[in-house]
Design a protein around this ligand. Structure first.
Ligand SMILES: *Cc1c(COP(=O)(O)O)cnc(C)c1O
Length: 244
């Protein structure tokens, strides 16, 4: 068995045990394998170990891998910072976008989503605890933005995503995720139908599952530590998501 296959099996087992511990149905928690900074052959290994959903942070890096993996039926999720000049490529090639945090990019994604494809599934990224981060709408402005995004014709607003500040202990992790869940409940009381909480990464997914995560985004625990390559064409994180 490859390292990636055994890592994946360990992560699946840990998700199942967290689900059991916190009274969740295992099938309500989807695993996204976050493959940023890892090459196409790592994704191929994960595919052969049964993984179908992959998440990427950088449009060009992702497109290159999609081309290399065009023979596989993979589901691609975009989770990185959204730049206006990249929205067309994202609208054309991804099934989900988790990092929508302003109306302008949401409008562009909707306008650029090809007619022949189903609506783009999106989450609103909320800045729940990490004041230092530039990404994510603040909770006080989330309601108005969510209600506007929900009206865009070529998007389906599915839920909320957050990347809480790292380093918190388990109780603090839980309270950040609980805040995202109550924001989702508040939006649903205003008539939205949000079924998705995209929360939980390698270091905090148990806490996220305890608080209702429906998608966990896991990179390091599957693919290993990300390293910086000086001459790589792969861009480094912009700071929103610290390399572990
Ligand atoms: C990199 C990244 C992840 C995965 O983080 P790990 O700690 O490697 O599991 C999840 N979500 C987002 C938005 C990321 O940028």
């Amino acid at each position: 068995m490859t390292t990636i296959a055994s890592n994946l099996q360990a992560v699946r087992t840990a998700i199942a045990s967290a689900a059991e511990d916190y009274g969740r149905a295992e099938h309500d928690i989807e695993l996204l394998a976050v493959s940023k900074n890892f090459p196409a052959n790592a994704i191929r290994a994960a595919y052969h170990a049964g993984q179908r959903r992959f998440a990427e942070n950088y449009a060009q890096e992702a497109l290159d891998k999609m081309t290399a993996l065009g023979d596989l039926p993979l589901e691609w999720h975009f989770i990185g910072p959204l730049q206006s000049n990249k929205t067309r490529a994202i609208a054309e090639h991804f099934v989900w976008v988790h990092s929508v945090d302003r109306l302008k990019v949401a409008e562009r994604l909707s306008a650029q989503r090809p007619e022949g494809l189903p609506p783009l599934q999106v989450c609103l990224q909320v800045n729940i605890s990490d004041e230092a981060s530039k990404s994510g709408v603040i909770p006080a402005q989330a309601d108005e933005l969510a209600l506007r995004i929900a009206l865009l014709p070529r998007l389906t607003l599915r839920g909320l995503m957050a990347i809480p500040a790292p380093g918190a202990d388990f109780a603090a992790q839980r309270s950040a995720f609980a805040a995202l869940r109550s924001l989702r409940d508040r939006l649903n009381q205003q008539g939205l139908q949000l079924d998705t909480l995209s929360m939980g990464m390698s270091h905090d997914y148990r806490a996220a599952i305890a608080e209702g995560a429906t998608m966990v985004r896991i990179g390091t625990a599957i693919f290993g530590e990300r390293t910086r390559h000086e001459n790589s064409s792969i861009p480094e994180s912009t700071g929103d998501t610290k390399p572990v």
